[in-house]
Design a protein around this ligand. Sequence first.
Ligand SMILES: Cc1ncc(C[n+]2csc(CCOP(=O)(O)OP(=O)(O)O)c2C)c(N)n1
Length: 321
Amino acid sequence: MEDQQNHLALYRQMQLIRRFEEEAARAYAQGKIGGFLHLYIGQEAVAVGACAAMQKDDYVITTYRDHGQALARGMSARAAMAELFGKATGCSRGLGGSMHFFDAEHHMLGGYGIVGGHLPIAAGTAFASKYRGEPRVTLAFFGEGAASIGDCHEAMCLAALWKLPIVFICENNEYSMGTPLTRTFAVDDVTARAPGYGMPSDRFAAEHVFQIRDRLKVAIDRARGGGGPSLVEIRTYRFRGHSMSDPGKYRTPEELEAKKKLDPLSKTRSELEAAGLADALAKIDAEVDEEVADAVRFAEESPEPGPELLEQTTYKGEFAR
Ligand SMILES: Cc1ncc(C[n+]2csc(CCOP(=O)(O)OP(=O)(O)O)c2C)c(N)n1
């Protein structure tokens, strides 16, 4: 039986990501956030389960759909929201925006807008850990739409060849913008490619945050123990459009409603209610609401980035510490 405090803690992280993004969507509609905004709503259990399976010094690298991983890794809601608002107090000093979150303190190395482009960087990060003899694992998240990008192939090929400590996590949320995997991939299984790289794999539907944590831990432990990389495909679903400008006409309302019934966050909530923890849940929900409201206030009141950031972010590299 899982420890109830741990169960509540993982619920809190998932609820924080969801509420953070609901408020981000509202602020975007109000014109307070510019550029792109890709929401992770529906997929929270993947980031939270993965971060629960990792150790403190492990690295996370992900796509433009990066708010969930950043918050699950420990970035403050303030630094995340301020980044969305383009403010100097944001995690990337307001210069990156939604797609370019970065948090060296929590080893969250981005936030990348080029589909698949971060995967060779992830392999390089894992190479560095191995070269330095550090027991760190890199978790590289990507969508199924990136699976056929050349960068993905190159990264997996070298990672397997050099037995790098990395776990490639494909979050298969069924659509690459509006394109289903069946229109870009001849087989309905991203992990079918793993044997070609000489890599072990795992594949499952995201049903529960504990399940995700425990399945990923197998691959993470293998990587840390010198067993090389793995490819894990997690079938999940995003409840919102690809980005804020996507009305989602490629899927039916019935499909969306059916998927919402399988929401791992709702499932965790129901379990905790059934365990008699309704009061604890209400307290967490109130705290999370306040944390997100505080983050919005903080972002609104923070200053815009000014020319003083130019030198340190362009020439000296101090920004990346
Ligand atoms: C190299 C490249 N090609 C195309 C795009 C435009 N683009 C942005 S997101 C996206 C879909 C990617 O889908 P997927 O990898 O499944 O991730 P998801 O958005 O579902 O999380 C595309 C084609 C891009 N950013 N980079």
